[in-house]
Design a protein around this ligand. Structure first.
Ligand code: GLN
Length: 305
């Protein structure tokens, strides 16, 4: 595995310079582009890394997996009264379907869906931002995970689109808490700074039927875990979920910080990071690295070796 990871990074490195670092907020636009890392965390607890695997980055939409898991933990199937689990085929911040579908987001991994999940969590936790930070610490086994408050504040200053989604849902009666408070929690989740090792470890339970290998905590039932993986496989990369299934064939979740986590059920979780994005907002080199990895190990869930 170690040799394979080194080889994969060498193969995708020529892609560096061909994408575009997220620039919708200044704090992300400043991230040096020329970075690439990967970490693979086996269900047996083994860890392999290559490149910039211990450089922290903004997890952004990868946090949507963790907030969904929190919501499933306390509310189970009830959450599906508020949103769906269908792919949207739209960019992550699109508003078009929300109006047609009367304020009910298609899935928890587009922004509107994640905001509803944050609203559900806001009704359950006294301090959702801290609950999420502590959850990320437990999942990763890294007690030093914190949010980058410069990123969180910058997101809030540029919140117009996310605010529009939340207020539209409120107008349809599908938002129960103060919108500005929930937006603050959501941006705090997005601003968590973690590295590839943290995220590979944090997603290990998704490869291990809901069981976190390093803490022994059963986070979800095996069936719930399978369901989260299914939503990742169909909606984890926004309007590029089909392309990701075609090229990589794994449950995955990306963020505009350039991270992508993916899961080979029963084997390992992986996080790859490179800040330059393709036009859909997914890491350009990250996608290529996961495609090579999946191909080389016969990992695609559609045709496992
Ligand atoms: N903070 C970003 C937003 O809300 C997260 C989007 C993403 O990573 N796709 O627009």
């Amino acid at each position: 595995m170690q040799a394979l990871l080194n080889e994969i990074l060498d193969q995708v490195r020529p892609l560096l310079g061909q994408g575009q670092v997220a620039d919708y907020i200044p704090a992300l636009a400043e991230v040096p582009a020329n970075q690439l890392g990967i970490a693979v965390y086996g269900v047996d607890g083994s860890l392999h890394t290559a490149g910039d695997a211990t450089t922290a980055f903004s997890i952004q939409s990868i946090s949507k997996v963790f907030s969904l898991v929190q919501a499933i933990q306390h509310s189970g199937e009830d959450i599906w009264q508020r949103l769906g689990h269908e792919p949207s085929g739209q960019p992550f911040n699109s508003l078009v379907q929300l109006e047609f579908e009367r304020g009910r987001p298609r899935n928890p991994f587009i922004n509107a869906g994640a905001l509803v999940i944050c609203d559900i969590n806001q009704s359950r936790f006294a301090a959702p931002a801290l609950s999420m930070r502590d959850f990320a610490r437990r999942l990763s086994g890294n007690a030093h995970v914190v949010a980058d408050m410069k990123v969180a504040e910058s997101e809030y200053q540029h919140r117009a689109r996310n605010a529009a989604a939340a207020y539209l849902m409120q107008a349809f009666g599908n938002f129960h808490n103060d919108v500005e408070t929930v937006l603050r929690s959501y941006f705090h989740h997005c601003a968590l700074a973690m590295n590839c090792v943290d995220l590979a470890r944090a997603c290990g339970f998704l490869a291990n039927q809901g069981l976190c290998t390093h803490s022994g905590e059963q986070l979800l039932t095996p069936r719930q875990t399978q369901q989260v993986n299914a939503i990742m496989a169909t909606s984890g990369l926004y309007d590029e979920a089909g392309n990701f299934a075609y090229r990589v064939g794994l449950p995955g979740k990306s963020g505009v910080g350039g991270g992508i986590v993916a899961v080979v059920p029963g084997r390992f979780s992986v996080c790859v990071w490179s800040p330059e994005l393709n036009p859909a907002g997914n890491s350009l080199a990250g996608m290529a690295a996961l495609e090579l990895l999946s191909e080389r190990i016969g990992g695609s869930v559609f045709s496992p070796l």
